[in-house]
Design a binder for this molecule. Structure first.
Ligand SMILES: Nc1ncnc2c1ncn2[C@@H]1O[C@H](COP(=O)(O)OP(=O)(O)OP(=O)(O)O)[C@@H](O)[C@H]1O
Ligand SMILES: [Mg+2]
Length: 230
């Protein structure tokens, strides 16, 4: 679904992404793990075209998108939930979800599936986004990303600063979404247990490079937890 080849990225003189190559498959959860500052968010911003890639290639659903504008990537079916969940605090939950539909031609209704996954969004439909708890805002950010019916859902540390009960809800939602086979999921995480429970495939990043990858079932045996905590 998504294929990255020899991707390089710099901020000024510092080489942040160093020749990254990997693939994300349809109907699977690919989990990218790495400690603070290794370049995870930079990678996602490069995938979305928010920072231009200096060299290397990105293809999505068989199409070269290396130089495509961010809105064209969204139109092509890539949804991005940024780190720190950037919802619109002064818009209602409903308005936030409608913003997620803005890229769709015509005015489709908000898919009911979002409310089945996150019932709290229905209860709070007319509350302002900024009045929701951190965990509820994360659910809203994911719901907004799903409104457009993406083929690839990218999540940047969705568990960061969120209470355990909501982490469980988000875990269930991600598993459900992958199991429908309708989308590929790229999940960036530092929270090992969450990542391990969801990963079909894992990638471990250190200083801008993928240093290990494999089947999610092998994460424990491969010593990924130890690598994250050193
Ligand atoms: N806009 C920027 N300009 C210059 N350097 C940056 C910029 N954004 C990030 N960096 C640096 O690039 C490196 C990678 O940052 P990035 O945010 O991609 O890491 P990360 O893996 O997402 O970290 P975290 O787990 O804390 O979110 C860090 O050293 C960071 O300080
Ligand atoms: Mg980050």
């Amino acid at each position: 679904m998504l294929k990255i080849e020899n991707l390089n990225q710099y901020y000024g003189g510092s080489h942040i992404l160093r020749g990254l190559s990997f693939e994300v498959e349809m109907g699977k959860v690919t989990t990218l793990l790495g400690r603070n500052g290794v370049g995870k968010t930079t990678l996602l911003k490069t995938l979305m075209g928010l920072v231009k890639s200096k060299s290397g290639g990105i293809s999505f659903a068989g199409r070269d998108i290396t130089h495509a504008a961010p809105h064209d990537r969204v139109k092509a079916g890539i949804a991005y939930v940024p780190q720190g969940r950037e919802i619109f605090p002064r818009l209602t939950v409903q308005e936030n979800l409608l913003m997620g539909l803005a890229t769709c031609p015509g005015r489709a209704p908000i898919p009911e599936r979002i409310f089945e996954m996150f019932p709290v969004l229905k209860q709070m439909l007319h509350r302002r986004g900024g009045d929701l708890s951190g965990g509820q805002q994360q659910q809203l950010a994911i719901g907004r990303a799903l409104a457009m019916g993406p083929k690839l859902l990218i999540l940047d540390e969705p568990t960061e600063g969120i209470q355990p009960s909501i982490i469980k809800d988000i875990e269930r939602a991600i598993r459900l979404l992958a199991s429908t086979g309708e989308m590929a999921i790229l999940l960036v995480e530092q929270y090992y247990d969450f990542a391990e429970s969801l990963a079909d495939q894992y990638l471990l990043m250190e200083r801008g490079e993928i240093i290990m990858q494999g089947n999610g079932k092998n994460m424990q045996n491969d010593g990924v937890r130890e690598r994250l905590s050193v």
